[in-house]
Design a protein around this ligand. Structure first.
Ligand code: NAP
Length: 286
């Protein structure tokens, strides 16, 4: 058996085209969605992400501005900039690119972004809303995973989902979203015993550990849906997911590739959240 591929690149493209049309419609009503991306320092990967995010915004017709700040900047100055962006009516979404330099308190900075402009969904208020099932802005990668499942009409209700990883940006929020869709959810982490056994029970297996190739075919139930969130740069320079695609794709029913799976969905969801924030701010119909 060979798994069906969940083509995140194609799904993301069609979402982005839909958003572009929506932005055109909003502009006719005098609403121009805007995103501000804040980058502190010169982390090469972050610089690429910020550039890609800016380009993605512009291609969807979203106004975007990038604030590139020196590594040694003071936290107080960063908080002042975020305060200005919180008050700026042209800006509906604010994204602070992580990681931040060690001398800056990440939690304080993320909490300083207005929850209504928190397009990364990392603010404690939005995390809390997700936990209690209230409407809010939710993290882009988990949202992208849910949209992929939806696109391929993969049922979630009543199914057994296993999430490997418990980070605040992927593992925990995706587990909450699956729970909200009435899956039965188990979260694995480094202290989990019998990981293979737990994973083999999954109808839907989400791998978000950041360990290349750690999910092998023997950990997958025949016909399961396997979503690979991992993006790992190997010594060879190649990108690899957390799933051993070669063997896993012979056992899974559905699988996402890396690259071209969850990654493109994440950026599409950033645009989605920016448009959503603009609609919320202007009282425009969702
Ligand atoms: P993270 O903050 O490092 O969290 C990794 C999680 O995986 C932790 O909860 C950790 O458990 C668990 N883990 C690590 N090794 C494990 C093992 N051997 N067995 C069981 N659990 C293990 O990572 P993250 O930010 O969530 O990212 C995870 C991966 O997704 C990375 O490869 C990252 O690059 C990728 N990612 C991709 C996208 C995308 O757009 N596709 C977006 C975000 C992240 P403990 O809590 O016990 O330490």
């Amino acid at each position: 058996m060979s798994a069906n591929i969940m083509d995140g690149k194609a799904v993301a493209r069609s979402i982005r085209e839909g958003l572009k049309e929506e932005v055109e419609g909003l502009k006719k009503k005098g609403i121009h969605p805007g995103l501000a991306v804040v980058l502190v320092g010169e982390n090469p990967a972050s610089m690429v992400y910020v550039k890609n995010k800016g380009e993605a915004c512009r291609s969807a017709g979203i106004y975007s501005e990038e604030h590139k700040l020196p590594e040694e900047m003071k936290e107080a100055d960063l908080l002042r900039l975020i305060d200005q962006l919180n008050k700026d009516p042209r800006i509906h979404g604010i994204l602070v690119q992580l990681p931040l330099p060690a001398h800056i308190n990440k939690e304080r900075v993320l909490a300083s972004v207005s929850p209504e402009k928190d397009v990364d969904g990392f603010h404690e208020i939005n995390m809390g809303r997700l936990l209690i099932g209230q409407e809010g802005l939710v993290p882009c990668t988990p949202l992208g995973i849910m949209k992929l499942l939806e696109h391929y009409h993969i049922p979630v209700e009543g199914r057994f989902a296993v999430v490997v990883g418990r980070s605040n940006i992927v593992g925990k929020p995706v587990a909450m979203m699956l729970l909200q869709r009435n899956a039965t959810v188990t979260i694995c982490h480094t202290r989990t015993k019998n990981m293979g056994e737990v994973c083999r029970m999954a109808d839907i297996l989400i791998a978000a550990a950041g360990r290349p190739g750690m999910i092998t075919a023997d950990m997958i139930r025949e016909g399961a849906v396997v979503i690979d969130v991992g993006i790992n740069r190997l010594d060879t320079g190649k990108l690899a997911g957390d799933v051993d695609f070669e063997s896993a794709s012979k056992r899974a029913g559905w699988i996402t590739p890396v690259p071209g799976g969850v990654g493109p969905m994440t950026i599409a969801m950033l645009l989605y959240n920016t448009v959503k924030a603009a609609k919320m701010a202007t009282g425009s119909n969702p």
